[in-house]
Write a protein that binds this ligand. Structure first.
Ligand SMILES: Nc1nc2c(ncn2[C@@H]2O[C@H](COP(=O)(O)OP(=O)(O)OP(=O)(O)O)[C@@H](O)[C@H]2O)c(=O)[nH]1
Ligand SMILES: [Mg+2]
Length: 464
């Protein structure tokens, strides 16, 4: 779908699929009024498109008539800023299909996924972050996600980005004005004013990043669990990743009660759960602890499967891999610091693990004792989260995009500020300010690449 294709009138069923009390067909574009008049039947001779509002009549779908409640919203005061008609019809799928087919015979084009919202964006009704808010709302699965989407749709991010953009423009204008004066003529360089503005815009960035972080936190934290045999080093790893002090000992079965703590990954905060080592033969209170751990694993999005690389085997891989086989995981090949320990899992071990989990595991070699491999582990876990296989919600994906763009813009601002302090020349400072602005423009959709827009809007369902 490209920008040049807007202009034709589009139509789609906008109500959820399946039978319902009422079904809605939405039409948007220059021939919407003409389409309405072609299908409209009524005993009174009024034109329902003469003024904005609702009219009750009948819809002629070419083979018969259906009761109709028409909502007419002439542009630019409509969702897409084009002429928009909503046909509210009986919620029967075959009747809705017949009505849509008829509108298409009359010249409308079936709308692609998200095309109404894309038009709203392209016609300046919504900025990109607001369009994403619509997307997040439509895909929301919890009240928290609905609130997060609504905050975005109401312009919470867009407004912040706009005022940051203004601040950056002011800064750049000041730098460029100063360029016109002699280097020695420092009296004309309003340093105090520049510093004050830098301070202000810097604070604005922190506030915007904080707003997005809060939105992410409000959705509830993602949970990950540590899985593995007793003594594999789960608690040691937990302590390292979350800076905790869970009990670690040389004796199998040290952890009984799981502990939870926050693990900060670059793209998300994760609630990491330590739990007792897997033991199929546990009895008494240990069996109870195993049971409890199993229940806590249920809400997890992914697992770190910790393996003592110095003493494991393909048959151990088969036994351990059978636990929560559907949970995406990163294999943490631990204890590589031990003399003679294999530095990575062998083919036979990986084959055995891959077979029970029905996919080749991602793995990383570490030593929870020395700390080796921790940043690679965080990178692998982030990749797993961002790949979508851990079921990262759409909202979180969008938040990650906002975070990354705001972060890059804030870095460019920091470079500019450092440049100002180091007296590197105001033209270079202005250049960094320009790149900060470019990042914001990409965020707000001002200059976002067409293929990224295509990818975002393709996530919408039809009729939105
Ligand atoms: N050399 C070495 N020892 C480790 C490493 N990680 C853990 N250990 C040791 O292995 C033993 C078990 O570590 P824990 O972290 O308690 O293992 P766990 O998986 O939590 O064990 P349970 O709670 O009993 O299931 C302790 O003696 C740790 O010091 C490592 O990377 N290298
Ligand atoms: Mg433990």
């Amino acid at each position: 779908m490209s920008r040049s294709q807007s202009g034709r009138t589009i139509a789609a069923v906008a109500s959820p699929p399946g039978p319902g009390l009422r079904g809605v067909i939405r039409v948007s574009g220059p021939s919407a009024a003409q389409l309405v008049r072609s299908c409209w039947r009524s005993t009174e001779s009024v034109d329902p498109t003469r003024a904005r509002g609702t009219s009750v009549g009948r819809f002629d779908d070419g083979s018969g008539e259906q009761p109709l409640l028409l909502i007419w919203m002439p542009g630019p005061h409509s969702y897409t800023r084009e002429d928009v008609a909503e046909f509210h019809l009986p919620g029967s799928p075959p009747l809705l299909s017949a009505a849509l087919r008829h509108l298409i015979e009359l010249g409308a084009r079936p709308a692609g996924p998200g095309e109404f919202t894309r038009r709203a964006f392209e016609n300046g009704r919504l900025d990109l972050s607001q369009a994403e808010g619509v997307l997040e709302l439509v895909a929301a699965q919890s009240e928290a996600e609905i609130r997060a989407g609504a905050a975005l749709l109401m312009g919470g991010l867009g407004k912040r980005v706009e005022s940051l953009r203004q601040g950056l423009d002011d800064l750049r204008a000041l730098c460029e004005a100063s360029l016109d004066f002699d280097q020695e003529d420092t009296g004309h360089v309003p340093r105090a004013e520049l510093n004050r503005l830098f301070e202000l815009v810097g604070e604005g960035f922190q506030e915007a990043l904080g707003w997005e972080r809060r939105r992410d936190r409000d959705r509830g934290m993602l949970r990950a669990v540590l899985l593995g045999a007793p003594n594999a080093g789960k608690s040691s790893l937990f302590n390292r990743l979350c800076r905790q002090r869970a009990l670690v000992a040389d004796h199998a079965g040290t952890t009984r009660d799981g502990a939870a703590a926050t693990w900060r990954l670059p793209s998300a905060e994760v609630e990491l759960l330590d739990s007792p080592g897997l033991d199929a033969n546990a009895s008494g209170v240990d069996a109870y602890a195993q049971d409890l751990a199993g229940r806590e694993r249920a809400g997890a999005r992914f697992a770190l499967w910790v393996v003592d690389g110095s003493c494991t085997s393909p048959s151990a891989a088969r036994a351990e891999g059978r636990v929560e086989p559907g949970l995406p995981c990163v294999v943490v090949w631990n204890k590589i610091d031990l003399p003679g320990a294999p530095q990575e899992p062998g083919r036979a071990w990986l084959d055995a693990a891959g077979k029970v989990r029905e996919q080749a595991p991602i793995w990383v070699s570490v030593s929870a004792k020395s700390g080796a491999g921790m940043s690679l582990l965080e990178q692998r876990a982030s990749e797993l989260l961002n790949s979508g296989s851990a079921g990262l919600s759409l909202g979180r994906e969008l938040s990650a995009r906002h975070h990354a763009a705001l972060g890059r813009a804030a870095e460019a601002l920091d470079r500019a500020r450092a440049g100002l302090g180091a007296e590197i020349g105001l033209d270079l400072v202005a250049e960094d300010l320009r790149s900060a602005g470019a990042e914001l423009d990409e965020l707000s959709g001002e200059t976002t690449a067409e293929d990224l827009l295509d990818r975002i809007f393709a996530r919408f369902c039809l009729g939105k």
